[in-house]
Ligand binder design. Structure first.
Ligand SMILES: Cc1cc2nc3c(=O)[nH]c(=O)nc-3n(C[C@H](O)[C@H](O)[C@H](O)COP(=O)(O)OP(=O)(O)OC[C@H]3O[C@@H](n4cnc5c(N)ncnc54)[C@H](O)[C@@H]3O)c2cc1C
Length: 396
């Protein structure tokens, strides 16, 4: 190790940690700690990467990039209780420019190999306990906490109370005939806050799952996943193959938690930045790691929490509004009308560019006036622009 280069510990070696190591190796001597072995790593995820350009190596099947997709087909149904052949209320399509359905465990293994080749010390099977965490913070100049939810740094400080598992999701790789879905990954809304998905990895394999947010949850998650598969006309997964996980919210709106100690920074799910509406978090995780690396390389690590907040605020606002369309009305026809209004936009537009969504709504005055008559949506709009959408009392 050189005396002049800072030492950096990256805790957690999934997408956020790998991206942090990738960019910070130019800034310092990086050691990455991952508790699993990359050969056995399990990821709980739909494995859709909306902007594969964020991953710095060729998009080949060997590197885990399986199906190139140029968009997602949405289906909005009134409820789970419907005729199997019933037409959806709306079937818009959202584009992506550089989308892939991946084998994320392969992608992460390849990324770790690449980092090793470039001088990063990658330690697999290296679980960092809360007491070891204290030693790491003392030993290294900078520590990046990319341990997902809840963040190790906050666990070690006993500060996980502001976390909430916001969305419970189950998914599995399923084998069957997915030739109809090839290039047309599908997202299905069925009258609850959340959705199901069928993301094809090949003609014969797909990542299938369901996520539920809000208060209405099924009594039996596994049975609900099986029922979704039946409605979607895809095989049910094998028992042991199902992953269950929660998608976090917070604490990225509270800067003191994103940088809980002078030399510790949270990225990715550890910072709670997965999308609050549709649960996407891979690109968000990578972007947060890049942002941190930029800040540290410029000697402006202090700026990271505010810059992360600035980078995320449009996304937080849009998520609270989009989710509000369902939660405040529970009217599937209204959700379908909004979904139809955004037809042809990109996932990135409906995630991070409120103006493009507002422009679509403004072109539909009757829909806009229906939305404006919903008191809860008006409140969400005001709260969104006053930054009060998540934690009481947190303002910027
Ligand atoms: C069911 C489901 C489906 C999803 N589908 C999608 C999707 O299709 N597209 C999308 O973009 N997003 C999706 N997401 C969200 C996405 O999976 C997360 O936002 C993303 O994984 C965040 O990456 P991360 O690197 O921050 O954290 P994580 O993926 O949680 O990784 C944390 C890493 O840290 C390691 N670790 C944890 N604790 C320690 C420790 N103490 N010591 C050492 N290592 C540790 C873990 O082993 C893990 O490798 C989905 C989420 C769920 C739950």
């Amino acid at each position: 190790m050189s005396d002049s280069r800072p030492t950096v510990a990256v805790l957690g070696g999934a997408v956020a940690g790998l991206a942090a190591a990738e960019h910070l190796r130019r800034f310092g001597d990086v050691t990455l700690f991952e508790r699993q072995s990359y050969d056995d790593k399990r990821v709980n995820c739909g494995e859709a990467v909306n902007d594969a350009g964020l991953v710095p190596f060729p998009k080949t099947p060997d590197n885990g990039f399986l199906t190139r997709v140029d968009g997602f087909d949405l289906r909005v149904h009134p409820s789970t209780d419907r005729d199997p052949g019933a037409a959806p209320l709306a079937s818009p399509r959202l584009g992506v420019e550089r989308g892939y359905i991946t084998d994320r465990d392969v992608l992460e293994r390849r990324w770790a190999d690449r980092l090793r080749d470039r001088g990063v010390e990658v330690r697999e099977g290296a679980n960092v306990t809360p007491s070891r965490y204290r030693e790491v913070v003392a030993e290294f100049d900078r520590v990046v906490d990319a341990t997902g939810q809840p963040a190790l740094s906050l666990k070690a400080r006993g500060e996980t109370d502001r976390y909430a598992g916001d969305m419970v999701a189950l998914n599995a790789d399923v084998t069957g005939d997915f030739s109809d879905y090839r290039r047309h990954p599908r997202i299905v809304f069925e009258g609850y806050v959340g959705y199901g998905w069928v993301f094809p990895k090949s003609d014969g394999r797909a990542n299938v799952g369901v996520g539920w947010a809000g208060d209405e949850r099924p009594d039996n998650y596994r049975a609900a996943l099986d029922a979704f598969c039946d409605r979607a006309g895809v095989p049910r997964p094998d028992g042991g193959a199902v992953n269950a996980y929660t998608i976090p919210r917070g604490p990225s709106l509270a800067p003191e938690l994103v940088r809980p100690e002078p030399n510790v920074y949270l990225v990715g799910d550890a910072a709670g930045i997965a999308n609050r509406y549709q649960g996407e978090g891979i690109c968000q995780a990578i972007r947060s790691a890049w942002l941190l690396a930029d800040c540290l390389a410029d000697g402006r690590g202090d700026d990271y929490p505010d810059r992360l907040y600035d980078a995320m605020k449009d996304e937080y606002r849009l998520a609270t509004l989009m989710r509000g369309v369902w939660e405040e009305t529970e009217d599937p026809r209204l959700l379908a009308a909004v979904a139809a209004a955004v037809d042809g936009l990109t996932v990135d537009d409906v995630t991070r560019h409120p103006r493009r969504v507002y422009a679509r709504l403004a072109a539909r005055p009757r829909l806009l006036s229906r939305l404006a008559r919903v008191p809860g949506l008006r409140r969400r709009l005001v709260d969104g622009y006053r930054d009060r959408w998540e934690y009481d009392g947190v303002t910027h």
